[in-house]
Write a protein that binds this ligand. Structure first.
Ligand SMILES: *Cc1c(COP(=O)(O)O)cnc(C)c1O
Length: 392
């Protein structure tokens, strides 16, 4: 399958390799290892002289099907699947960087990503400079001779800031660095970073790719030489954060409805964002599909719709935010996002609690901020659920 088909079609038909039983739905290969016909074949598989599966830490047919399908959707040469979104970021960094290398990362990243760069990688002498997601000049100014990687998320979590992928790709290229884009919030249904010049795409497949909050998974996508020769896959098969075939199968089936879900999430989110803007006690609404969003024009150029995540700030701070959380009956109080069911989070005391006050201030995550990952419920029911806490 290739570029001759549209995304909806690729999401249904890519990565299908039928077994001798000619099953219609993709088979699930729950096996840790694969059997060889002879000593010579075992040796040939291990040496790489003969292609084929050896052990599911390296490759597995169900995982391969997931990788092929996601690669087609992102327009990538290669996809390497991982056990979670965080292990995708880890595999990317461990596969491509060495001690002494420098990273420039957006200030507005998923909390665990900030922690990984700030605390863990620092211990291995990989230093990270955090700069504004939206100020391209700040990225240029932060470049050092040792800079190897630019890392962004767009829209960002939880403030939905939009980074200019094409502009940052140009700066990264000039600096001799790779640009990695965490494409979790948009998914390839809304945005394809590689088309805009990014070198690497990162996914938490846990979110919209899977779509129903059932399993964890992740992926790194990009050019074959970057992922296969330069060590991302090598790190994975050696260190072991590989995607389980069961999870790959669940995500593979989830991806079949990606386009339809992303369109529906976006339509619901736009309605909720517009409605929130008119509610008493709401100081600000952050949603890339609203004309009031500071990067509205850039968002319109770069992504198909605003996506499913809306965040908003309560005038009265943490107390007012917690009241909204404590009054919902339909919307789930949970940190996950990208689920068909709506979820609500207070970032300052949950997902972004561990990054500390200073990092939160820098990222603009106030105590009155709430993030809603708008699901596929009827919008009127969601409004009623939020109204209870807003007017309490
Ligand atoms: C959830 C998330 C991650 C981490 O993914 P896991 O699958 O939970 O490890 C990374 N980036 C973003 C933007 C996320 O929302």
């Amino acid at each position: 399958m290739s570029d001759e088909f549209e995304l909806e079609t690729l999401a249904l038909h890519t990565g299908i390799h039928r077994s001798q039983f000619n099953e219609h739905s993709e088979a699930l290969y729950l096996t840790s290892s694969f059997v060889f016909d002879s000593a010579a074949q075992a040796a040939a598989r291990f040496s790489g002289a003969e292609p084929g599966n050896i052990y599911s830490r390296f490759t597995n047919p169900t995982v391969t099907a997931f990788e092929e399908r996601l690669a087609a959707l992102e327009g990538a040469e290669t996809c390497v699947a991982t056990s979670s979104g965080m292990s995708a970021i880890l595999a990317c960094v461990m596969g491509l960087l060495s001690a002494g290398d420098h990273v420039i990362a957006s200030q507005s990243l998923f909390g665990a990503t900030v922690n990984l760069f700030n605390n863990i990688l620092k211990r291995f002498n990989i230093e990270t400079t955090f700069v504004s997601a939206t100020n391209v000049a700040a990225w240029e100014a932060a470049v050092k001779p040792s800079t190897k990687l630019f890392f962004i998320e767009t829209p960002s979590n939880p403030l939905t800031e939009i980074s200019d992928i094409a502009a940052l790709a140009a700066v990264a290229k000039k600096a001799g660095a790779w640009l990695a884009v965490d494409n979790c919030f948009c998914s390839p249904a809304l945005q394809r970073p590689l088309d805009l010049g990014a070198d690497l795409v990162i996914h938490s497949a846990t979110k919209y790719l899977e779509g129903q909050g059932r399993v964890l998974g992740g992926a790194v996508l990009g050019k074959r030489d970057l992922l296969m020769e330069q060590g991302v896959f090598g790190f994975l098969r050696t260190a072991g954060p590989s995607l389980s075939p069961f999870n790959a199968w669940v995500i593979l089936k989830g991806m079949e409805t990606l386009k339809i879900r992303m369109d529906a999430h976006s339509a619901n989110a736009l309605q909720i964002a517009r409605w929130l803007e008119a509610q008493p006690g709401v100081a600000r609404v952050h949603y890339p599909g609203l004309p009031s969003h500071p990067q509205y024009e850039l968002a319109r150029r770069q992504q198909k719709t605003g996506g499913g995540i809306v965040s908003f700030e309560l005038e009265k701070g943490k107390e007012a935010a917690w009241r909204v959380v404590d009054c919902v009956r339909l919307i789930s109080i949970t940190a996950n996002l990208g689920d068909t069911k709506s979820t609500l989070t207070h970032p300052a005391t949950t997902t972004h609690a561990r990054i500390g006050q200073e990092s939160r201030d820098a990222a603009g995550i106030t105590d009155g901020l709430l993030r809603i990952a708008v699901g596929l419920e009827a919008v009127e029911d969601l409004k009623a659920d939020l109204t209870r806490g807003l007017t309490a």
